[in-house]
Design a binder for this molecule. Structure first.
Ligand code: GUN
Ligand code: FE
Length: 452
């Protein structure tokens, strides 16, 4: 019999940017479908049983977990941008510029995913690895191969990760051994993957397709046009691409599309900018582009690690500007270009990069706070993926994607350390800035425990 899961103790989540809520004595009731069916913000431990009885729940129907000092629940992390086939190449080609890194490191590596057995092995490790890091939702670029991409989607579903999965569309400016043969084959492989995902998860409860033109450089006009048509015929479909990542990439894009002054006009011309678009990087954005992206309600995947190590022009993106305009911003590990698959690392790097930006802007773009980087990794990312009505914070009716954090320092190797006088906020700050996956004791997606 499926059971209710009940948690009592500290709950920490964001209600908005810089609106961290710490609930010291919270109670969450998760129904057998993985949905939060009850949330009480202040209830002493000894009243929990009585409360459950008042809800009509009796002992064999539920399991109660009482959190100890140093433990707390947070929403699962959302990784709005990463590359599953780059899992095994993380950390390679650091400090190379983007087009050189693609040619020399990434394309030869991704070409290996033509072999479904290899794909299954690397993707299984990748999905497990992200779940270990508390990434309950990921937006994945696959390789260009339809078969491997379907395997990735199967694995996300099987292992219980919420995911967007897309086959990379790329029919030019990539080696002959690693590019779509024709526009039509690229589009038919895309339709094939969409059909597969509708088949394995008809309601898109966990796994959904995301249209993935790698970037304009690798797509002929007709391919972008074909993808735009799919987007138009299916307004619920997500779209992702790399956007204004680096000077090298932007200037080559201009030579390929001389009629467009900027990438907003380019992608928008092909119908690829919608409220479901997830644009990675956005390191350089003009005033005009800012206005258009805000009007089009596109989401931004801020990738602070790769921005400063691979390809990103070694640039701290203007995140404060995006946030001041209430644009949708989340974090991406961009793992492999990013050397780390840990979103905690991405959060810290976002903080560091924002401080650099504060200096660069002579104090105009204020650095991000710990509460703000936590927002980006949770509710901000959920907004980018248009999932904020489902996940990203704790509320009755939302699905239970959550992490049980244990800051206790008694186990060897645990990074954070709780002292007697520490407030909940202190414990939380220590975890965000010094914790790692060893402190992530349990991971839940839709109520299912996916790491223990
Ligand atoms: N632009 C096109 N492809 C890629 C990629 O794989 N990683 C990054 N960082 N940028 C890209
Ligand atoms: Fe990327």
């Amino acid at each position: 019999m499926a059971r209710y899961q009940v948690f009592h103790g500290p709950l920490i989540h964001c209600l908005g940017l810089d609106q961290l809520e710490i609930i010291e004595n919270g109670l969450i009731v998760v129904n057998p479908d993985g949905v939060i069916s009850g949330l009480v913000k202040s209830i002493p431990r000894q009243s929990v049983q009585q409360h459950l009885t008042s809800l009509g729940l009796s002992e064999p129907q539920y399991d109660v977990y009482f959190l100890e000092r140093g433990q707390f629940l947070i929403p699962g992390f959302v990784d709005t941008h990463n590359h599953a086939p780059q899992w095994a190449q993380r950390g390679l080609g650091q400090s190379m510029h983007i087009l050189d890194w693609l040619d020399k490191v990434t394309f030869p590596n991704e070409a290996r995913f033509r072999d479904p057995d290899y794909a299954r092995r690397v993707y299984a490790s990748c999905v497990d690895g992200f779940l270990q890091q508390g990434i309950t939702t990921a937006s994945y670029y696959g390789s260009m191969h339809a078969e491997a991409t379907k395997i990735l989607a199967d694995l996300c579903l099987e292992k219980g990760q919420r995911a967007f999965v897309g086959k990379c569309n790329m029919n030019r400016n990539a080696p002959g051994y690693y590019r779509d043969a024709t526009v039509e084959s690229s589009l038919s492989d895309t339709r094939d993957c969409i059909a597969h995902m509708r088949n394995i998860d008809p309601e898109g409860k966990l796994v959904k397709y995301v249209l993935t033109p790698r970037f304009a450089i690798t797509c002929e006009d007709a391919l972008l046009e074909g993808l735009g048509k799919i987007a138009k015929s299916d307004p619920d479909i997500a779209i992702q691409t790399h956007f204004n990542e680096a000077e090298q990439e932007m200037s080559f894009t201009k030579t390929l599309f001389p009629t467009f002054d900027n990438e907003v006009d380019l992608y928008n011309h092909f119908g690829l900018l919608t409220k479901r678009s997830i644009l990675a990087h956005c390191c350089y954005v003009s005033e005009y582009e800012l206005g258009r992206l805000k009007d089009l309600d596109c989401g931004i995947a801020h990738c602070p690690v790769s921005n400063m190590t691979v390809g990103g022009g070694f640039m701290a993106a203007p995140v404060r500007t995006f946030l001041q305009r209430d644009m949708k911003v989340g974090l991406g590990t961009d793992s492999g270009g990013g050397f780390s698959s840990s979103i905690l690392d991405a959060m810290r790097q976002a903080l560091v990069a924002s401080n650099a930006r504060e200096v660069m802007s002579h104090g105009k773009d204020k650095g991000l706070s710990i509460d703000e980087i936590f927002y980006l990794a949770t509710l901000g990312g959920a907004r980018v993926c248009c999932l904020d009505e489902k996940i990203g914070s704790f509320a009755t009716g939302k699905e239970f994607d959550a992490l049980l954090i244990d800051s206790e320092s008694s186990r060897p190797g645990i990074m954070t350390m709780v002292e007697e006088q520490d407030t909940m906020k202190t414990i939380f700050d220590k975890f965000i800035m010094t914790g790692d996956d060893r402190n992530i004791k349990k991971v839940f997606v839709r109520g299912r425990q996916v790491k223990s």
